[in-house]
Every structure is written in structure tokens, then in C-alpha cells.
Design a protein around this ligand. Structure first.
Ligand code: C2O
Ligand code: CU
Ligand code: CU
Length: 495
């Protein structure tokens, strides 16, 4: 937020004190204080990288999922209360072939309502985990998911409105991997050379997870000082002198990572949210926002046994985050193995959706509080500090009505904004047409199919997509989960 605007507002408040109730005034004071501190993200504490990385169980059939309270060791020798879909924190990795229908019986053993949303999957509206379709404590629901889409790195997490951030933070999330013949034929590194990595920051106090965002942290997003990979803090993983495929999910509520490797080791981006890119792209760093996934190839081929390489988040430009470089995990080369793998020059085919094929363009104005401040704001303090087209989420209101099968362009407009908004649409995969303002161009992972896109301060991002034929109500929202829970979400209905 801009200090100038705040000062202007403070002036207005002084002129008509009656407009601003005490709660709002203290909220504004609190924000003013924090603005002066420069960064609202808590500093990351790097660990010793002495814990061995573990991977969730892979399930390909006989699924059952139970959301329940568990304990897990998040920091060494400490038992934390967490949520999980099986034992410990997180959920199993579900791996299936496209063209199949997956039956997943689900039980809610939590003492609160929850549901499961299959992020990136193109499933019927009644299976999508819409916030109105919650499963009460003790209840159950049989998911049936027809998987008719490209191979890709998808994921699942709860979606009960107002509770999503805390439930995800507490441990409810997992990978959903779809395979297909096209990807199989590429013979990408697999088995123990295919690593699924979910990166999440956690605030931990006295060994326990602490989810208690202040008003200011609802504004910017809740960040943690401990960076976990697959539920383990500061882990290491032994690798051989070969190519590895890493499929990375940013499962954090609000933190953005600028993914890179130590020694400035480059890597190749081969896929994004919705599967393989057409061609690999070599990069040295890549921004990954909450909800986004990236599929990369890393070659440890020319490294000596004993060499240590860190997965890092480098500094980046944008809002209140990005001011600190930190290590996420360590790879230790412990074995010399010859590897004849070469990255295919062509990975897949991506047919661009053309602007001419779109039947209409919708403008989605995305806002944080200071930009959105107006007379009626004072009435809904504590929620609704973030809006899309000046609206906060209403479970029962249909905000956009879309013809089945229509191709549309949506403009996510953050050009007046100072906050980071990873915008996500359910029920479709989109292509990104352009980014204007801010970074002004697309990054490597944005040349493929996407379901979530980072819209940084000052940016306007234009996406195009073809909606499904199946009718029903879906949501789209900011995947900064504090923003989402605060109401930065709308319903759209396919008719
Ligand atoms: Cu992963 Cu509606 O979100
Ligand atoms: Cu989703
Ligand atoms: Cu947001």
C-alpha cells in the first residue's frame, strides 16, 4: 500500500472522525506501523539440513481419504498437532492414468467441516469441492473423479470458506498426478529420480503450529519462519550424478518463492500447472506463487561426489516479500552414476487459443484494502479487505454467468494494487496472453497451461480459456489463502 494514500486517508479520518470506527482506526494504525518496517513477511530461519527428506505414500488404487488430527515431528524431537489425510501431516500422492474414473471415498474425522478441492482437475462441479459443498464433522462423501485431461502435476486441499487457509496450513494438502501415454513416451527421469516436493512455510511456536494472522497479516498474507518440504523442516536428499525430475508445488498460504539452485546451477522448465510445455526452457530462477506448480529437470551430472547443492529462494521484486534469500533444502551428491538421458527438444504440442476465438472479455479488478477503501468499508472491517470487482465472496450469489463451451478472455487487473495476488480459476486450464505493467512479460512456466497465475503489484494479466460443456457453479479466487478466506473469491456459473 502506498504511504501517500494512507496519509490522505488519515487526513480524511481526522476531518470526519465519525466515518472511521475505532477498530478500523487501530487497524490502520497497525498497518501504518508495519509499513514503516518495510517487510511484512517474517524472516526465514534456515536449519541445519540434517533431516532426511521423506515422500508421501503413492496410491494408485483403493483410495480412502480421512481428514483427521494427527501428530508429526515438524522440528526435531517435537510432536506437533497437525492435520493429515492419512498418518502424519499432508496426504498421500494420488497417481492415476488419464481416461480413468477415480473413486475416492472420503471421511471427515475432524471436529469441524471440511471438503476436498482437486486443484487443476477438470471435474464436474458437484465433485469440485465448492465451498457450499462441505462435509460436516463425522460425515463422509464419495468422490468420483473422471480424469479427462493432460498429464500434469495437480493437487488437492480443503475449500470450506473462511477455513481454507488454516486447514491447509495445519497439513491438509497432497499431490494428484495424472499420467498419459504422451508423457510416458518421453522417458523422463522416473522412480527415485522423480521428486515431488511441496514447499510450505509454517509459523511454529513451542513445537506447535501457530495459525493466528493479525489484521495486518490478513492484508499481506500469513508467513512462517520455517520452510518445510514434504512436511520436513530443512531436509536433505542424496542424489547421484544424473538428471532428476522435480515437480514442485508451492503449498504455502501466501509466500512466493523465487526457485533457484546454489552455485547458480541452471535448470530446465518442462512443465507448469497443466502439464508439459511444448519445449523445455533453461532458466536460473523461477517465481512460484501459492498454488502454482512447476516441473523441472535438474542435472547433477557434472558434479563431484560430496558436492552439496541447495534449493533456494532468491530475492525478488514485488510487494512486501522477496527481500530475503534463503535455503529451502539440500541435495548431496553421494554416488557416481553415468546417465545417457538428454532432454527431448519437443515435449508436447500446445495449440494457442486465439483472441479471435473469444466470445467476450471480462475485466476482473483485484484490490487490497487501501485501494478499495470507501464509505462502506467501515461496515465490514475484519473481512472484505480484498475484493474482486469491488465484491467480497457470497456463497449464494452468482457473479459471472458463462455459456457452456465458451472461449473467454479474463483480465486480472492489479495495476492500481500494491499486493501480490496469485489468481486461480476452478474448472478450467487457461493460457496467458499477456502481462502488462510490472514485470511486463511472461516467465518460462507461463508458456504452458495454467490454472493459477501470479499477478504482482502494478500488473495486468490477460488469460484465455475454453470453459467446459458441463453446467454448474465453480469459484475463482486469489490463492493467497488469507485473501481467499477474507472474501477475495467469486462464483461463476456455466449455463
Ligand atoms: Cu487450490 Cu480454489 O483452490
Ligand atoms: Cu482450484
Ligand atoms: Cu490476493
Amino acid at each position: 500500500m502506498k504511504r501517500r494514500e494512507f496519509v490522505k486517508l488519515s487526513g480524511a479520518a481526522a476531518a470526519s472522525a465519525i466515518m472511521i470506527p475505532p477498530t478500523l482506526q487501530s487497524c490502520m494504525d497497525n498497518m501504518n506501523m508495519n509499513m514503516n518496517m518495510g517487510s511484512n513477511a517474517v524472516p526465514v530461519k534456515e536449519g541445519t539440513f540434517a533431516t532426511s527428506l521423506s515422500f508421501p505414500t503413492v496410491m494408485s488404487s483403493n483410495f480412502t481419504m480421512k481428514a483427521k488430527g494427527n501428530t508429526a515431528s515438524l522440528l526435531i524431537n517435537q510432536n506437533a498437532s497437525v492435520f493429515g489425510y492419512a498418518d502424519g501431516i499432508l496426504g498421500p500422492t494420488i497417481k492415476v492414468d488419464t481416461g480413468t474414473t477415480v473413486a475416492i471415498p472420503f471421511q471427515n474425522l475432524l471436529s469441524e467441516e471440511t471438503n476436498i478441492h482437486w486443484h487443476g482437475l477438470l471435474v464436474p462441479a458437484n465433485m469440485d469441492g465448492h465451498p457450499k459443498d462441505v462435509i460436516n464433522s463425522g460425515g463422509s462423501f464419495d468422490f468420483s473423479l473422471p480424469i479427462n485431461q493432460r498429464a500434469g502435476t495437480y493437487w488437492y486441499h480443503p475449500h470450506p470458506h473462511g477455513k481454507t487457509a488454516r486447514q491447509v496450513f495445519t497439513g491438509l494438502a497432497g499431490f494428484f498426478i495424472a499420467n498419459d501415454a504422451e508423457e510416458q513416451a518421453l522417458n523422463l527421469p522416473s522412480g527415485d529420480r522423480e521428486l515431488l516436493l511441496v514447499i510450505q512455510d509454517k509459523r511454529i511456536e513451542n513445537g506447535q503450529l501457530n495459525y493466528s494472522p493479525s489484521m495486518n497479516e490478513i492484508m499481506t498474507g500469513y508467513t512462517g519462519e520455517y520452510i518445510l518440504v514434504n512436511g520436513a523442516y530443512a531436509p536433505f536428499h542424496n542424489v547421484s550424478t544424473q538428471y532428476y525430475r522435480m515437480r514442485i508445488l508451492n503449498g504455502s498460504t501466501a509466500r512466493v518463492y523465487n526457485i533457484s539452485l546454489s552455485d547458480n546451477l541452471g535448470f530446465e522448465v518442462i512443465g507448469s500447472d497443466g502439464g508439459l510445455l511444448a519445449q523445455p526452457v533453461s532458466v536460473n530462477s523461477l517465481l512460484l506463487g501459492p498454488g502454482e506448480r512447476v516441473d523441472i529437470l535438474v542435472s547433477f551430472k557434472n558434479l563431484a561426489v560430496g558436492k552439496e547443492i541447495y534449493l533456494l529462494s532468491k530475492t525478488f521484486d514485488g510487494g512486501t516479500q522477496g527481500q530475503q534469500e534463503f535455503k529451502i533444502m539440500k541435495f548431496t551428491v553421494n554416488q557416481q552414476v553415468s546417465d545417457s538421458f538428454t532432454t527431448p527438444s519437443q515435449l508436447s504440442m500446445i495449440t494457442p487459443l486465439t483472441e479471435a476465438s473469444a466470445s467476450r472479455t471480462r475485466s476482473m479488478k483485484i484490490k487490497g484494502m487501501m485501494e478499495g477503501m470507501n464509505g462502506n468499508m467501515a461496515g465490514n472491517m475484519g473481512s472484505g479487505m480484498h475484493t474482486i470487482n469491488d465484491k467480497i465472496y457470497d456463497l449464494n450469489r452468482i457473479d459471472e454467468t458463462i455459456d457452456a463451451g465458451a472461449t473467454e478472455i479474463w483480465d486480472f487487473d492489479n495495476s492500481a494494487g500494491d499486493e501480490i495476488h496469485p489468481m486461480h480459476i476452478h474448472g478450467v486450464q487457461f493460457q496467458i496472453l499477456s502481462r502488462t505493467g510490472g514485470r511486463g512479460s511472461l516467465i518460462a512456466s507461463e508458456r504452458g497451461w495454467k490454472d493459477t497465475v501470479l499477478v504482482m503489484p502494478r500488473e495486468k494479466v490477460r488469460v484465455i480459456m475454453k470453459f467446459p460443456q458441463d453446467k454448474g457453479v465453480y469459484v475463482f479466487h486469489c490463492h493467497n489463502l488469507e485473501h481467499e478466506d477474507d472474501g477475495m473469491m467469486l462464483n461463476y456459473e456455466i449455463v
